[in-house]
Write a protein that binds this ligand. Structure first.
Ligand code: 0A1
Ligand code: ZN
Length: 882
């Protein structure tokens, strides 16, 4: 708990550091009841600073107890410095000096999981963004880059493995059964990339030969019970290393690359130099315990953290306003990698789904902020979908505008020009401009303006002249603190289809010699009209192909046009999108008063076509068969009534399941996967189709469906099928069978935390079985643990984020429940508490019956005494402007 009043930090106040740190010498003494950290900083005045201030400022935290402070070997008396809650200022320092700091920590009591803490008995660290100050007093900002040498001392029997960044340069035994290892990292780095691990861990080794012929030692460290769950991450790592060499020309730079898995972790993983630390759920997998989705997620997160070695570590951020410099670019790189490893269309669909469901929601709510924010109170609240996913889209648009070759020239220039520096998003864009000769000045607005651009498209066809006109208007909605926005530079990919489904040539003037069937139009004005010449028939437009920009598109599609695009658009993404738009239209048409009307048979026939036409790309079909989620339908609606939307969607699902029963059964039987378990796009698609068919059948409590689910559950040799059967049953009316299956599942897997988390989540997310009383039961289950973020997310987070009819229960019980949990967690883990508040922040979006109760819950959280800065910021911004 912090006691100081939260303050706002502004980008415009950025100043270069007055003092730099060249070298950090650390000695950690790890004990059962705490840890002593000795630090010696070699500091000097920054020649780039024009300040004549002779005092030096260090950051600190309430977790850090100062034991002693010395300057050039002389102990400092208390009148030589000012120590406040989070800052220490030492007066009258020379231009060069050595600062000695000794701190005492209690990692065993650190429930915030920032700085040095303990997880399942091992010591580990998390220093991004501002965790290093929880370890020692330090100028904890990313533009202070230093070389680190770290000596770790601990009991040898309990902590045989002692790790930090770089290379191990010395080790030996000490008195009293203790030992030490010293690590040296030759690359200057910001403190947020520091890491330390001490534990009794199993080491898995492999190696990788770089294109230039260097052999890199690859090591994974896990608890002994997880030693059979490392292969997938190790293989993913090697694929990522090769890919980064081939696609970006980036080679790994140290001799050792290490990955450690820890059970208690606030986020997914962390790219510490040479020593990546992962949340166990984002790295450990075996076919028995992890689903296909988990396998794919692990591959992409391992790659993401590895790619940070260049985009983040070698070239880092000047300040935290530039967070998307490393995150947006690295997400873009990992998306390209995943697309190359699997199906590019499916990957694009997944990314767009997440963006349109969750990032668009964030961008239209009270926490909306630009990709490069102007201010923040607590930086950990800014690890957002906007920074990561919209930031990725922004880089992707540069890629689209420049083309792959110029983009590569730009990234080469960026890495070469800024290697070893801490820079800004503007430096990134400038490198792209300098390499390509393109002017991206208007494009920079993507970094500065928040809000999702809205494109309204109108068309007309002049048969006599053979001209088709497309008028596109853009508008960017107001967001907190930003109004009257300027038009942005938007790449808008399109095609035109003739009645037979053929692609028409796109001539932008009568004399245009170019006749491509795919074009990227560049929108820069509030309104554009494009004229296409030589168009022999009235076309159906295919708009925003491959989701070429993170925008909303409005065009008055008819259902017939959507069905046509679903089966004819050569752009796979838009085929899928047409299906989504059709389903959204049908479901939204049944919300509220129209609830008793019949489901459009056109939708049924479109889905029948998908189920029966085996010549289609089955990976795409598997995606197309997923109805738009409740969260997406809610995002699209104005003043949504969640229980109503839920009912309408259930009705459509029930109708499809009944009408398509035989096709679903045939699809189920056709798609059994024989042979060895593999995570290829084809095998994943087959399992996905099969499990979707099963879920739909059980939606109507089909008796044959139940028998299939039970037998699939009993025979499955992998978690995807086991979980598919369990999920289908949990969401059916077969209560007794469901209970038996859940119990059997738990009995079999109770020793495996990653599987238990899935067991929690499947129940907490079910609108059929996951009512509040069930959620409370789950929370008093022995496997639930208030100190473990994964458990909190898999029960409370899943309930509030996925079990939407229960969370939005009319009596407000879901909101009060979340309020109670946030208030409780605020003391122990404010980062997690602040993230959990998120579903309440959009109270203004909902019909007043809901909105008012959500607001009350926020007010009750606001009024908690000693509220953390993390939760304070989210709650106050959500309630502001009333
Ligand atoms: N840089 C990591 C994400 C991360 C951020 C903050 C953390 O603790 C507050 C932990 C991890 C990544 O992008 O993977
Ligand atoms: Zn990242």
């Amino acid at each position: 708990m912090r006691t100081n009043q939260p303050q706002t930090i502004y980008l415009k106040d950025y100043r270069v550091p007055v003092f730099l740190v060249d070298h950090v010498d650390l000695r950690f003494e790890l004990f059962e009841d705490g840890a002593r950290v000795h630090s010696v900083l070699s500091m000097r005045r920054n020649p780039d600073s024009d300040s004549s201030d002779t005092s030096v400022e260090l950051n600190s935290d309430t977790l850090t107890k100062l034991e002693s402070l010395s300057l050039d070997g002389k102990e400092l008396g208390i009148d030589a410095y000012e120590d406040s809650v989070d800052r220490l200022v030492i007066h009258d320092v020379p231009d060069h000096f050595e600062l000695g700091v000794v701190t005492w920590l209690e990692p065993q009591n650190n429930t915030r999981l920032e700085g040095l803490y303990q997880s399942s008995g091992m010591f580990c660290t998390q220093c991004e963004a501002e965790g290093f100050r929880c370890i020692t007093y330090f100028p904890d900002r990313p533009d202070v880059m230093a070389r680190f040498r770290t000596r770790i001392e601990a009991d040898k029997a309990s902590f045989p493995i002692l790790l930090s960044n770089g290379n191990d340069v010395e080790k030996g035994d000490l008195d009293g059964g203790r030992h030490f290892v010293t690590w040296e990292d030759p690359f200057p780095k910001p403190s947020y990339l520091f890491a330390l691990v001490a534990g009794d861990l199993v080491e898995k080794r492999d190696s990788f030969r770089t294109l230039s012929g260097r052999d890199i030692d690859l090591r994974m460290y896990v608890e002994p019970r997880n030693s059979d769950k490392c292969d997938h991450a190790m293989d993913s790592l090697k694929r990522a290393m090769r890919w980064d060499e081939e696609v970006y020309g980036r080679e790994y730079d140290l001799d050792i690359f290490m990955i450690v898995a820890v059970d208690d972790f606030n986020m997914g993983a962390m790219e510490n130099k040479g020593l990546n630390i992962f949340n166990s759920s984002c790295v450990l997998a075996s076919q028995e315990t992890a689903t296909d989705m988990a396998f794919q997620r692990i591959e992409s997160i391992v790659a993401h953290e590895y790619f940070h070695n260049w985009s983040g570590n070698r070239v880092t951020c000047r300040d935290w306003f530039q967070l998307s410099l490393k995150e947006g670019f690295t997400v873009f790189r990992d998306s390209q990698f995943s697309a190359d490893m699997g199906s590019p269309t499916v990957k694009r669909i997944e990314d767009a789904t997440m963006l349109r469901t969750a990032q668009f929601a964030e961008d239209s709510g009270p926490m909306a902020h630009p990709v490069r924010p102007e201010s923040y109170m607590e930086i950990t609240n800014f690890y957002t979908l906007t920074i990561y996913e919209k930031g990725c889209e922004v880089v992707g648009m540069i890629h689209t505008l420049l083309g792959p070759d110029m983009f590569r020239k730009g990234s080469d220039l960026y890495f070469e020009r800024h290697d070893g520096q801490a820079v800004t998003t503007d430096d990134f864009v400038r490198a792209m401009e300098d390499a390509s000769g393109r002017d991206l000045s208007q494009f920079r607005l993507w970094y500065e303006q928040a809000g999702t651009p809205e494109l309204t498209v109108k068309d007309e066809y002049d048969q006599a002249a053979g001209i088709y006109r497309l008028r596109i208007d853009q508008r960017i909605p107001d967001t907190p603190g930003q109004t009257n926005k300027k038009p942005q530079h938007i790449p808008f990919a399109i095609g035109l289809l003739g009645a037979d489904g053929e692609s028409l040539p796109l001539k932008l003037s009568a004399t245009d010699a170019d006749e491509p069937t795919d074009r990227v139009l560049e929108l820069t004005e509030a309104s554009h009209t494009f004229e296409f010449h030589g168009v022999s028939e009235c076309p159906v437009p295919s708009l925003l192909r491959n989701f070429s920009a993170p925008v909303r598109v409005y065009y008055p599609w008819t259902r017939e046009q959507l069905m046509f695009l679903m089966s004819h658009d050569p752009d796979g993404f838009n085929r899928w999108d047409a299906g989504q738009r059709l389903a959204v239209d049908v479901i939204s048409g049944l919300v509220g008063e129209a609830g008793s009307e019949a489901v459009d048979s056109g939708l049924t026939e479109a889905y029948r076509g998908l189920l029966t036409d085996t010549s289609l790309d089955q990976a795409l079909v598997a995606k197309m068969l997923q109805l738009p989620s409740e969260a997406y339908l809610i995002e699209l609606a104005d003043k949504p009534n969640v229980p109503d939307i839920h009912r309408a969607r259930e009705k459509v699902l029930g109708h499809l399941a009944t009408a398509l029963r035989d096709d679903l059964l045939a699809c189920y039987k056709r798609n059994s996967v024989e042979g060895r378990y593999e995570v290829t796009p084809q095998a994943v698609a087959r399992r996905s189709l099969r499990n979707t068919a099963l879920a739909w059948l059980l939606h109507t409590d089909d008796e044959e469906g139940r028998a299939l689910a039970e037998s699939q559950f009993a025979k499955a040799d992998n978690m995807t099928d086991r979980m598919g059967a369990l999920r289908a049953l949990v969401n059916s009316g077969y209560e007794q069978e469901c209970k038996q299956m859940l119990d059997a599942f738990y009995e079999q897997w109770k020793a495996d935390p990653q599987v238990v988390e899935q067991w929690f989540a499947v129940q907490a997310g079910s609108s059929r079985t996951g009512g509040l009383s069930r959620i409370r039961e789950l929370m008093s289950h022995p496997a639930f643990d208030w100190k473990n973020p994964n458990k909190i997310r898999s029960v409370i987070g899943v309930f509030a984020g996925q079990n939407l009819p229960a969370f939005h229960a009319e009596d407000g019980s879901g909101y009060r429940f979340l309020e109670e949990q946030v208030r409780r967690l605020d003391d122990s883990n404010p980062q997690i508490a602040a993230r959990l508040v998120s579903p309440l922040t959009r109270w203004r979006k909902y019909a007043p019956v809901h909105g008012e109760q959500m607001k009350k819950a926020l007010e009750a959280i606001r009024d908690k005494s000693g509220l953390s800065r993390d939760v304070y910021e989210v709650v106050h911004k959500s309630l502001a402007g009333q």
